[in-house]
Design a protein around this ligand. Structure first.
Ligand code: TRP
Ligand code: SF4
Length: 327
């Protein structure tokens, strides 16, 4: 069975963008492939090294949400990167065959160095981030890597590193392919891409009052100032959420009524709110259960990591042999 690997940085409780972007995809893939899904805690450390204390609690909360949406630890191997230290060993070996120029050219590197001002990203590990990601993928000899568009250059680099390794030492790694998540980018409450770091996210587990407050104050079509102004759903971030979370008949209704000012934005948001609640209430209940039982999550991650480690250790034996480094 072809193998799939993907990782997520431990951001704590997840939001609607994670659900539609990554998780829905992962849920489908766990039925069709041998899947390894992991918490990229070392990746978090490359940017958040100054205060690592949130990483552990966020790991448990995030995986609680994975389970709450329906990822099944009996189908997919769910694990924590740092519990499989072979990732670090392969990272070191791959770093030897990766030219600096390849890393300096990675778009996320340049962008984040310029845009993230509150952290000093002049550290060595931050530049090497994509090599660690390559190790995460290649150590499972993965065929497919489900990621968002922003991660495609990292997968391209992984392929280049694999090719370079194979040419120097012999064929060990298949070249993995990105599986693009086709979900539309969800806007957050301010209309920019939904992201925890922008503070514009709606969580799967937001209590009803908070969720309503976020929707009530969410930006709409900026041209629709007064209740009597007709609106344009095509440019409205609220409507973008309707497209994903409301049934077709609600979409048709809201779309038509917005255009002729037959419905106000608050009514429109209320319809969305009800649909979101219906979809999220069962997820929030399960998430609360796991939040109350962190031991259960922890144990399942330890077991998943043990399984992942067996697989990683097999690859490492082949890697050491190929490099004539076996003892
Ligand atoms: N870099 C990815 C992100 O920020 C997370 C990640 C780390 C990952 N290692 C990976 C994704 C391996 C896919 C495969 O989203
Ligand atoms: Fe957006 Fe709905 Fe207001 Fe139209 S009615 S502008 S779709 S929030």
């Amino acid at each position: 069975m072809p193998r799939v690997v993907s990782g997520m940085r431990p951001t704590g409780k997840l939001h609607l963008g994670h659900l539609e972007g990554a998780l829905k995809n992962w849920m489908r893939l766990q039925h069709e492939y041998e899947c390894f899904f992991f918490v990229a805690d070392w990746h978090a450390l490359t940017t958040d090294y100054a205060d690592p204390s949130p990483i552990r609690p966020n790991t448990l909360l995030m995986v609680g949400d994975w389970l709450a949406v329906g990822l099944d630890p009996n189908r997919a191997t769910l694990f924590v990167q740092s519990l499989v230290p072979e990732h670090a060993e392969l990272h070191l070996l791959l770093s030897c065959v990766t030219p600096l120029g390849w890393l300096e050219r990675v778009p996320t590197y340049k962008e984040q160095r310029e845009n993230i001002r509150d952290k000093d990203l002049g550290n060595y590990a931050f530049l090497g981030y994509p090599v660690l990601q390559a190790a995460d993928i290649l150590i499972y000899q993965a065929h497919f890597v489900p990621v968002g568009e922003d991660q495609v250059p990292h997968i391209e680099l992984t392929r280049e590193i694999a090719r370079r390794f194979n040419k120097l030492y012999g064929e060990v790694f298949p070249e993995p392919q990105a599986l693009l998540t086709q979900a539309p980018r969800l806007p957050g409450t301010d209309g920019r891409k939904m992201s925890k770091s922008y503070g514009n996210d709606i969580r799967l587990t937001d209590p009803p009052e908070l969720m309503w407050e976020k929707l009530r104050t969410m930006v709409t079509d900026p041209a629709r100032v007064r209740r009597t102004d007709p609106g344009n759903p095509d440019v409205c971030p609220v409507y973008a959420l309707h497209r994903v979370f409301s049934p077709p008949e609600h979409q048709v209704h809201v779309n038509a009524e917005c255009r002729r000012a037959g419905i106000g934005c608050v009514d429109c948001k209320h319809i969305l709110y009800e649909n979101l609640r219906e979809r999220l209430a069962p997820i929030a209940d399960k998430s609360a259960y796991y939040e109350g039982h962190p031991e259960e999550v922890r144990e399942l991650l330890i077991e998943g990591s043990r399984r992942a480690r067996q697989c990683a250790a097999e690859t490492m034996a082949r890697v050491r042999a190929a490099m004539r480094m076996a003892v």
